[in-house]
Design a protein around this ligand. Structure first.
Ligand SMILES: CC(C)(COP(=O)(O)OP(=O)(O)OC[C@H]1O[C@@H](n2cnc3c(N)ncnc32)[C@H](O)[C@@H]1OP(=O)(O)O)[C@@H](O)C(=O)NCCC(=O)NCCS
Length: 140
């Protein structure tokens, strides 16, 4: 992901999340955070999804993932997340963690299919008050 991608990222973000990240948040991931891997999925010159993950020592923290609503259900979310996990594995990661909304059963299903399990609950985690599930996957 580059700064030039931000208009397309923010357009998907607005429709993909109840509490979207703003431009400043993505800008910081691209320019200021050397532990962050913001990645865009571009097909035929069109940005159709993205993932942001951090590598903290041996832990891949998935910060966000979204696919353009018109392109969902085609395996692209799985491909983006698998690619991030493989890249982190090559750099020595052994575990991955993420938070997901209690109501987001689609994302939970994706995560479970890749080996993530719910290991905790974080009440009031999101700005709108929703509970987060903390999920982890052991990669090795
Ligand atoms: C979560 C998200 C990234 C999945 O992307 P996607 O490209 O549609 O997902 P895929 O086609 O790769 O599907 C992967 C798995 O997700 C689950 N899934 C996808 N669509 C689903 C649906 N409509 N109902 C239930 N499960 C679904 C399934 O487990 C699926 O595996 P399967 O195809 O073997 O059944 C996408 O729905 C999205 O952008 N959601 C909005 C943003 C969001 O909630 N992000 C996560 C929290 S930050």
């Amino acid at each position: 992901m580059t700064l030039d991608d931000l208009p397309a990222v923010l357009a998907i973000e607005q429709v993909a999340k109840p509490t979207p990240w703003n431009e400043k948040s993505y800008r910081q991931e691209i320019t200021d955070n050397d532990k962050s891997y913001p990645t865009a999925l571009v097909v035929n010159s069109q940005l159709i999804g993205y993932i942001v993950w951090w590598l903290i020592v041996d832990e891949i923290q998935i910060q966000t993932i979204a696919i353009d609503p018109a392109k969902r259900g085609q395996g692209l979310g799985r491909a983006l997340l698998t690619d991030a996990l493989n890249k982190g594995l090559k750099q020595g990661a052994t575990i991955s963690t993420l938070e997901v909304r209690e109501s987001n059963v689609v994302a939970q299903s994706l995560y479970q299919s890749l080996g993530y399990e719910v290991v905790g609950k974080r009440p009031n985690y999101y700005r709108d008050g929703e509970t987060a599930y903390l999920m982890t996957a052991h990669l090795k």
